[in-house]
Structure formats: C-alpha cells, structure tokens
Design a protein around this ligand. Structure first.
Ligand code: HEM
Length: 410
C-alpha cells in the first residue's frame, strides 16, 4: 500500500474518534472495552441464534432471487446489509423489523459517508469552529438526526426492562430471552462518577458498536468468498466437509466447531486480507526495549499488522491462499490472541485487542458455511477474480466481487 494512504487513514481515524470523544465526553474511552466484552460473552452471543438465522435466511433469499435472474451478482451490498441487520438486532433487541433497521441504517450511513469531510474539524477545533462553522453545524445536524432515531429505541428497551422487573412471570418477559447491548448499557453504573450513562453516551456507544463491527466483518467476508470463487477446488473441499458434518440439515452454531477446514478458510482469509492493515495508534507508559529497538515513553506506535501475517520467515509462500496451513495435525486451535506467540494479528493483540474478535469469527464461519452450502459460487465468464485492494474505511477489493451463483441441488 502507498505510504500516503497509510498516513491519511491513521489521521482520519484518529481525528474522527477525537471528534466523537469531544462531543460525548470523557467516559467513552473507559467504557468501551468492558461494555463490548459484556455483550459479547458466550451466553449472550448464544441467545442471538434466532437473529442469526433470520439474517442468514434474508441474505440467502435475496441472493437466490438474484441468482434466478441468471445475472452475475455484486455481493458486497447484500453482505453489508445482512451484517448490519444482525448487529442492529444485537444492539437493540431482536424484535425490530426491517423498516426500523432501515431507519437506523440511513442515519448511520450519513455519518460514514461524511467521515473524511468531518475528520478535518478536529485538526484544530478552536480554529475550525470559526473557519469551518458550516461544517460543524452539518456534523451536529447529523448527530442530532442520529439521536432522534436511536433514542426512541433505547427508551423502548428501558421500558421493557422496567416491565420485566415489575412482572417477571408475564408471558412477554419469558419470551424476551435476548439481552441487548443497550440493556447492558442501561444497567451500567459508572464506578468513578457514581452515575448511570446518559442517553447521548448510549447513542454514541451504539454507533461505535455498529460501525466497528459492520465494515470489518463484511470486508473480510467478501475477501473470503472472492478466494473461494477464484479457487474452486478450495470451495469444493469446504463444501464436502460441511456436507459431511451437517448432511441435509440446517447448519447449527455447534456444527461449526466440527468443521476444521471452515475455520482454516476464515483464518486464511484474515491472514491474507486483514481488513485493517494498520492498528490504531498506541503508546507505552514507560520506555520499553523490543528486540534491538527502544520504544520511548508516550511515542506513537503504529503496527503494520498486514505485514506480520505475510512474513516469509514465518509463513511458507505467504501471498498464496492456502487454508490447509491452519490444519494442525494435533487438532490444536490456532491462537489469535497473541498469548502464546504473534504470527498474525488482524484483531490486534493483548490488552487492546478487538473485543469483537470471537463474535466476528462466529459470524464469518456461520455466513461462509451457509453461503457455500446453499450456492455454488463461480467466476463470471472469462473473469479472473481480481484480488487487488484499495483503502476505504477498511482495505476493500478494488474491483468488488461479482459472482455467478447457482443453487446446489439437494
Ligand atoms: C473481521 C472483523 C473485525 C476485525 C478484523 C477487527 C479488528 C479490530 C482492530 C484491529 C482493532 C484495534 C485493536 C487495537 O487497538 O490494537 C479493533 C478494535 C475494536 N473493535 Fe474490532 N474488528 C472486527 C470486528 C468487530 C466487531 C464485530 C465488533 C463489535 C461488534 C468490534 C468492535 C471493536 C471495538 C469496540 C474496538 C475498540 C476497542 C478498544 O478501544 O479497546 N470489532 N477491531
């Protein structure tokens, strides 16, 4: 990737976060890791199986109707929408309908598409508040729209929660098995300030949840499917392994653990095409020696995670797509957390590692398994799938994947 791309990406991201922090206050940083970890604990994730099923069904139906037309399908928008729906249901509860999801998507999209434009505002806020007054007004207008859409959903969860605690035996309460992200935020008591979160802080955290989880996972899914189209023999091997485990049945979450080649395909996708090439800036609190280098206290450190996963001294033929490299003979699972060693780090590593890591692995495995078992994915006539990348919010395919889909016969 070109150097200027890298620099602008890091700057844009840093400025954008700074804008959001300054708007919503200092509690943000303290909260996000704990909170995301809470909603992503295994039992909460399990309770979302109904939402996952619904979303995968929606995606498959839409792809099927496209496939029936006989035209090639540009899949990225379908993937993105499905992943967004799923995260919205995790965030606000799984009772929302498609119209409500669409409303949320519209406001979130406004912020995303104007991302670059607003990043500059925090470069020197005192100055930009004077010379870019109109742009600030526009940012606040969009944030206000976002609040107007999201706050009613937050209040709805609050009302339902109060009702559940008043009437725990009501039929409705028993049916409400999902603990949404908003529920955990409503419960939270800030330890230092001895208060609950404000509605605006909850809006802000929900937006982070939706934006951090949608593009990263969708981009990775597109890269994985592109490789499965490019290398039909890998797709066929994966299909046979899935069939061998589930037969004609619907794929269940527990089945995923019994398909090692599926995990291998996802891991290889993340190694070869990590959606974030550069980690957000980090700093150390005291001087540290790493190998032959001294990292001075508080110096900005930006890790090139993509290069770590492509290191030829660690990976044989690193630029090829070869999932079998992750199949361990001893049945050991590959450690991505960096506890044992760091051979790749698409989610970062250590204390600041992505809190959505286990959830993304589950979503990727679940989506890939369902997409491959329902359809055969083929390159469009004479088209050689182009794997060049370009930087958008994440590192995406320069030429988005289009594929010819055909339903697998039973
Ligand atoms: C393939 C999917 C994903 C990838 C590759 C990914 C990657 C990353 C990376 C590289 C970071 C920065 C780590 C660092 O600072 O060193 C990060 C942070 C974060 N991610 Fe993810 N992520 C993914 C999916 C998700 C999902 C699904 C969620 C939540 C629903 C999520 C929520 C977050 C949050 C909240 C942070 C900030 C954590 C902090 O500030 O400490 N991510 N992610």
């Amino acid at each position: 990737m070109m150097q200027e791309d890298t620099t602008s990406f890091v700057l844009v991201e840093t400025f954008m976060l700074a804008i959001v922090y300054s708007h919503y206050g200092p509690t943000w940083r303290l909260l996000r890791r704990n909170l995301t970890a809470e909603i992503l604990n295994p039992s909460a994730v399990k309770s979302y199986s109904r939402a996952r099923d619904w979303v995968v069904q929606l995606l498959q139906n839409r792809l099927e109707s496209q496939a029936k037309s006989g035209h090639p399908v540009f899949v990225m928008e379908y993937f993105r929408y499905a992943m967004f729906c799923l995260l919205v249901l995790m965030c606000f509860g799984d009772k929302l309908d498609e119209n409500q999801i669409k409303k949320i998507e519209e406001v979130e999209q406004q912020l995303l598409v104007n991302f670059q434009k607003f990043s500059i505002l925090n470069f020197c806020p005192t100055l930009t508040k004077i010379v870019m007054r109109k742009r600030w007004e526009e940012l606040f207008r969009i944030l206000k729209c976002q609040e107007d859409v999201l706050i009613p959903f937050i209040r709805e969860r609050k009302k339902a929660k109060e009702k559940r605690s008043r009437e725990p035996n009501m039929e409705d309460s028993k049916d409400e098995s999902v603990v949404s992200y908003v529920d955990t935020l409503l419960d939270l008591q800030l330890p230092d300030e001895n208060r609950k979160l404000s509605e605006l802080e909850i809006v802000s955290l929900c937006t982070e949840f939706l934006s951090a989880g949608t593009d990263t996972t969708t981009t990775t899914l597109q890269w994985i499917m592109a490789n499965l189209v490019k290398y039909p023999q890998i797709q066929e091997k994966l299909f046979m392994e899935i069939k061998g485990v589930v037969g004609e049945e619907k794929i269940q979450e527990d089945d995923l653990q019994r398909i090692p080649y599926l995990k291998a395909v996802v891991l290889e996708g993340l190694r070869r095409h990590p959606p974030t090439h550069f980690m957000p800036p980090h700093a150390v609190t005291e001087d540290v020696v790493v190998g032959e280098y001294v990292i001075p206290k508080e110096a900005t450190v930006i890790i090139n995670a993509a290069e770590i996963g492509w290191d030829p001294t660690v990976w044989e033929d690193p630029m090829s797509f070869n999932p079998s490299r992750f199949l361990s003979k001893e049945g050991e699972t590959f450690d991505m957390t960096g506890r044992r060693e760091i051979k790749m780090m698409p989610f970062g590593a250590g204390r600041r590692m992505c809190p959505g890591y286990a959830l993304s692995m589950l979503h990727l495995e679940y989506f890939v398994a369902n997409l491959v078992s329902k359809f055969e994915w083929k390159a469009v006539d004479g088209d050689n799938v182009d794997l060049s990348a370009k930087l958008e919010f994440t590192m995406v395919m320069k030429n988005p994947l289009q594929a010819q889909l055909s339903l697998r016969s039973k």
